[in-house]
Design a protein around this ligand. Structure first.
Ligand SMILES: NC(=O)C1=CN([C@@H]2O[C@H](COP(=O)(O)OP(=O)(O)OC[C@H]3O[C@@H](n4cnc5c(N)ncnc54)[C@H](O)[C@@H]3O)[C@@H](O)[C@H]2O)[C@@H](O)CC1
Ligand SMILES: [K+]
Length: 530
C-alpha cells in the first residue's frame, strides 16, 4: 500500500475537491463517521457508554466533532473537550461545532484553569477516548499546556482511538518530540501517513486501520514510483512460482564471496540463506585455507578456495582466479566476513568496477568504499547495497546519529546518486531504488539485533534476484521474508535468545506464509475499512 507525507495527502484532498468536486465537508463527515463506527464496534452496545472526545482547533478536531455526533446519536454519553475557543474554529470544523451546539451539546474548555482536572475526572470513567487534537497539520512538539493532558490520557489505561494520527506524532518523520498520545487503534484516512509506519511513530499507533473517505480511486491507487508499505499481500505477488517441470537451473546460481580468519561463519550464513531462499545452486568462495571448514559446515553448498593473504583474508589475486568462472553464476553476493585487509579492500574495489554479474554488496564489501562512495558509480553491473546505519554513515562520511530521523530520504538520495538499490537496515528497513520506488518494511523485531542476521539477509536478496525478480523487488521481498522469519522465530523462542541460524530455519516457513493468500493478508500490519 502506498504511503504519503502530509503534503501529498493535502494535495490529494485538494484534487478530490477541485478536480472531482467532492466537498471537503463530505470527506470530514466520512472520516468522523468511520471513527465513530470503529469506537462503536469495539464498545459493543453504544447506548449509555461514556465517550470523551479531545478536539483541537483544526480539521482533525472537526473529524472528532463528527465522531462525537454519531456516537451521541447512537445513545452514548459524549463529552467534547475543546483545546481552543469555539469562536476560533474555521471552515468545516466550525460547521460541525455549530451542529453540535444546535443539538444542545456543550464544549468543555480544555485549556481553562479547571480544564485539565475536569478532563482527568471524565476519562477516569470513560469507556473510550477519541484523540482528535492534531492530525497531519502537526509539527514539532506538543504545547506545554497540552502535554499534561496527553500524559494523563496515556496513564489512564483507557481505550484510545486516534483520529488520522496520534497527536504529537509527526506525519512525515514518525518522530515524537517529548510526548504523544499512545493509541490502541489509529483510524487513518485515505492512505497511511509515512510517520505511522516508521520508528518510533509505529509504537504510538496501535492497530492501524485505513478508512476510505471517498477520495477518488485514481488519486489514491498506486503502482507507479512512490513509497510503499511492504505487506504480505504485496510481496506475495512478486514471489516466483515453481513449475512442475522445474529443475535447479531455473532458479539461478548464487556466488557468495566472503569470509576470512575469524569470520568464516558470516559467509556460511549468507550461502545457507541463499539456499533457504530458493536459489537453485549456491557456491561459496572463501580464502583457500578455510575452504575445508566451509565445506564441512554446509552440506548443500559448493565451495571454492581463493588466493589469500598470510593473515587469512582474500588477496587481490582472488579476482584473477574468479574471473574465468563467472559465466556460470547468476548473481554475486560480496562482503560478508571479508575483513578489511588493504589487499581485500583493493580486491573489492576491482570486483565492483569490473564484474559483469548483478552484485549484492554487504558488510566489509561496503566498508571498502568508506568515504569514497562516489567510486560505487564506476561499474557496469546492477548493484544492491545493504548497509546498516553505521556502514551507511561511514560511506557518507557522517555520524550515524545524523541519519536517524531521515532514514527514508537518506536511502532515496543514495539510491539516486549511486544508481543502485539501497537497503538501509534497522528497525523498519528502507529499500530505495534509483527509479523512485521505496519500500518500508513491516516485519522484524528487536530480537534480530544480533550478529549474523545481516549476512542472512544478503543471501536471501541474492537468491531472489537470481530467481528473476527485479533488483527492487528482490531487495524488498528479501527484507520482508527475512523479517517474517525473525518474527516466526521470536514467536517460538522469544527475542533475547534468537540467533541468525534461527532465521535460516524459519525462512521456508516465512515463504510459505507469504505465498498463501489468506495468511499474507493477515500479515498486513494494517487493515482497510470500506
Ligand atoms: N480535506 C481535508 O484536508 C481533510 C482533512 N481531514 C483532517 O484534517 C487533518 C488536518 O487538518 P489541519 O491541516 O487543519 O491540521 P490539524 O488539525 O492537524 O492541526 C491543527 C492546528 O495545529 C497547529 N499546530 C501544528 N503544530 C503545532 C504545535 N507543535 N503546537 C501547537 N499547534 C500546532 C496548526 O497550526 C493548526 O492550526 C487531518 O489529519 C485529518 O484528520 C479530514 O477531515 C479529511 C479531509
Ligand atoms: K489525532
Amino acid at each position: 500500500m502506498r504511503l504519503v507525507t502530509a503534503a501529498e495527502m493535502r494535495e490529494i484532498d485538494r484534487r478530490a475537491m477541485e478536480e472531482y468536486g467532492i466537498p471537503s465537508i463530505v470527506l470530514m463527515e466520512n472520516a468522523g463517521r468511520w471513527v465513530a463506527q470503529v469506537v462503536a464496534s469495539r464498545l459493543g452496545r453504544v447506548a449509555g457508554k461514556r465517550v470523551v472526545v479531545l478536539c483541537g482547533r483544526g480539521n482533525n478536531g472537526g473529524d472528532g466533532l463528527v465522531a462525537a455526533r454519531h456516537l451521541w446519536q447512537q445513545g452514548a454519553q459524549v463529552k467534547v473537550f475543546l483545546a481552543a475557543e469555539p469562536e476560533s474554529l474555521r471552515g468545516d470544523a466550525l460547521t460541525n461545532a455549530t451542529i453540535w451546539r444546535r443539538l444542545g451539546q456543550d464544549f468543555y474548555p480544555l485549556l481553562s484553569p479547571t480544564g485539565p482536572q475536569a478532563f482527568k475526572l471524565a476519562i477516569a470513567r470513560a469507556d473510550a477516548v477519541i484523540d482528535a487534537l492534531y492530525g497531519t497539520g502537526f509539527r514539532g512538539e506538543l504545547p506545554p499546556e497540552i502535554r499534561p493532558v496527553v500524559e494523563a490520557l496515556n496513564a489512564s489505561g483507557r481505550f484510545v482511538v486516534a483520529v488520522d494520527i496520534p497527536s504529537g506524532l509527526e506525519a512525515d518523520t514518525g518522530q515524537v518530540r517529548g510526548v504523544a498520545v499512545v493509541a490502541h487503534v489509529t483510524v487513518t484516512f485515505g492512505l497511511p501517513k509515512l510517520g505511522l509506519v516508521l520508528e518510533p511513530g509505529v509504537r504510538y499507533v496501535g492497530e492501524l486501520l485505513v478508512a476510505d473517505i471517498s477520495l477518488p480511486l485514481p488519486l489514491i491507487a498506486g503502482n507507479g514510483p512512490g513509497r510503499y508499505y511492504l505487506t504480505g499481500e504485496m510481496v506475495r505477488s512478486w514471489l516466483p512460482s515453481r513449475p512442475p517441470t522445474a529443475h535447479k537451473g531455473n532458479f539461478g546460481h548464487v556466488l557468495v564471496v566472503g569470509g576470512s580468519r575469524g569470520m568464516i561463519g558470516a559467509a556460511c550464513l549468507t550461502a545457507a540463506a541463499a539456499m533457504r531462499a530458493g536459489a537453485g545452486l549456491v557456491t561459496l568462495a572463501v580464502p583457500r585455507s578455510w575452504q575445508e571448514i566451509a565445506a564441512a559446515k554446509l552440506t548443500e553448498v559448493m565451495t571454492l578456495g581463493l588466493p589469500e593473504t598470510p593473515e587469512g583474508q582474500l588477496s587481490c589475486a582472488a579476482w584473477e582466479s574468479l574471473k574465468p568462472l563467472l559465466p556460470r553464476f547468476t548473481v554475486c553476493a560480496l562482503g560478508p566476513g571479508l575483513g578489511r585487509h588493504p589487499e581485500t579492500v583493493e580486491l573489492v574495489k576491482r570486483m565492483v568496477a569490473e564484474i559483469d554479474l548483478p552484485l549484492v554488496l554487504d558488510a566489509d564489501g561496503i566498508n571498502a568504499f568508506a568515504g569514497e562512495a562516489h567510486l560505487l558509480k564506476r561499474r557496469s553491473s546492477p548493484l544492491i547495497l545493504t548497509p546498516h546505519p553505521g556502514e551507511m554513515a561511514r560511506l557518507l562520511g557522517v555520524k550515524a546519529a545524523e541519519l536517524a530521523d531521515k532514514r527514508v530520504e537518506v536511502a532515496e538520495r543514495a539510491a539516486r546518486e549511486w544508481e543502485a538499490v539501497v537497503v538501509l537496515k534497522g528497525a523498519r528497513t528502507v529499500v530505495a531504488a534509483p527509479d523512485g520506488y521505496t519500500g518500508i518494511n513491516s516485519t522484524g523485531n528487536p530480537g534480530m539485533a544480533t550478529g549474523g542476521t545481516g549476512d542472512v539477509l544478503t543471501g536471501v536478496i541474492a537468491a531472489l534476484w537470481a530467481q528473476g525478480l527485479d533488483p527492487f523487488r528482490a531487495a524488498a521481498a528479501g527484507v520482508y521474508l527475512h523479517g517474517l522469519a525473525g518474527d516466526l522465530a521470536a514467536e517460538e523462542k522469544g527475542e533475547a535468545g534468537l540467533v541468525a541460524g534461527d532465521l535460516l530455519e524459519k525462512l521456508p516457513l516465512a515463504w510459505r506464509h507469504t505465498a498463501a493468500t489468506e495468511e499474507a493478508k493477515e500479515q498486513h500490519g494494517l487493515s482497510c475499512l470500506g
